[in-house]
Design a protein around this ligand. Structure first.
Ligand code: BDP
Length: 335
């Protein structure tokens, strides 16, 4: 073959190849929008809890909208371990989704620690206004640096202390007590400032840790205290309400980036519904848990000197405050 002829021939082959390549890519895209999607989502709570039930609702909605093409399975009750591990799995793309407390997200995206400071929110309504507004959205977007797609927030009420020794009324009552905290150094600091000793222990190991005396108590909202039956081993519940830490549910960025825009939009839409659903379920569950605890005769005291707790934790807010100064000012300004 002459050189000129050879070149033309090569060019013709290349054109055909690119052409079919493009057709192939197009048909793949067409197939992928219709591709089945299996979402595995984890939670430390059992089914019947507001977070698990809201995610189940989300899954059912997605399934219906796509005629069964998207399917969501919940790995509940710590089947896949604690929240720290779950987040790691989601970051790696081994797990598509998880619902965790914002308490364990601070170590991934530092700014979330602004939500983890004691008495940073004035009330549940204040927290709602913050997470539903600009700040909440900004922080969700920031999760991408941690390989996560923030889908939304959920409610978890306020956290209060419980222990096996005595009712807590003032920070002095915490003196010498070992209290389990979520796995985030900020909570250990918080406990020291309040007079106790904070010990990070995974939620799934907490019952035994209290039973065997590794810790004297912990802190959580009424539904967690009740459903985990922690009252069996720590019978004093004191309504200090020192933390209002929302829950969060996230998707794996690695997996997200492989999804069609259509599926991403569907998941976003379903997430809004899941948030709404959880809030509704949360309110009912909180009341139900309190009623159950009272019926069981658990000693619940609300004669707590909250001002003393707010004052005692001021150094924690100051210490971390400098780091999140701008964010904290904005949070405070939210009505
Ligand atoms: C509960 C949260 C859960 C946390 C748990 C904890 O719903 O996400 O894992 O507290 O204290 O209130 O670890």
């Amino acid at each position: 073959m002459q050189r000129g002829l050879m070149m033309r021939h090569a060019l013709a082959i290349a054109k055909t190849l690119t052409g079919s390549g493009a057709i192939l890519a197009l048909s793949l895209a067409a197939v992928s929008t219709a591709e089945a999607l299996e979402i595995k989502s984890s939670d430390v709570h059992a089914m019947g809890y507001p977070t698990t039930d809201a995610i189940q609702f989300m899954g059912e909605w997605l399934n219906e909208q796509t005629d069964g093409r998207i399917n969501l399975t919940i790995y509940h009750s710590m089947q896949l371990g604690g929240e720290k591990e779950a987040l790691e799995q989601v970051q790696l793309g081994a797990l598509e989704m998880t619902r965790v407390s914002v308490g364990v997200v601070g170590p991934i995206v530092d700014d979330f620690n602004a939500f983890n400071l004691p008495y940073v929110f004035r009330s549940i309504d204040h927290m709602h206004a913050v997470v539903d507004g600009e700040i909440g959205q900004e922080l969700l977007e920031r999760l991408e640096v941690g390989e996560l797609i923030g889908l939304g927030y959920m409610d978890a009420g306020a956290r209060s202390f419980y222990n096996k020794i005595k009712p807590i009324r003032t920070p002095e009552d915490l003196e010498g007590l070992k209290i389990r905290v979520m796995q985030n150094p900020i909570f250990i600091d918080m406990m020291s400032e309040m007079g106790g000793a904070g010990m990070p222990i995974a939620f799934n190991e907490l019952y035994t840790a209290m039973q065997t005396g590794v810790v004297d108590g912990a802190e959580n909202n009424p539904p967690s205290y009740a459903t985990q039956k922690h009252y069996e081993v720590a019978g004093y519940y004191s309504l200090t309400e020192h933390l209002i830490v929302p829950e969060i549910f996230v998707f794996s960025k690695r997996v997200w980036d492989t999804l069609s825009e259509e599926d991403q939009n569907l998941i976003r839409e379903a997430s809004v519904l899941a948030t709404e659903k959880e809030r509704e379920l949360w309110n009912a569950m909180e009341q139900q848990a309190m009623a159950e605890l009272l019926e069981l005769g658990i000693e619940i005291n609300d004669d707590v000197d909250k001002d003393a707790f707010i004052a005692a934790t001021a150094p924690v807010r100051e210490k971390f405050g400098a780091q999140y100064a701008e964010l904290l000012t904005r949070i405070e300004a939210v009505e």
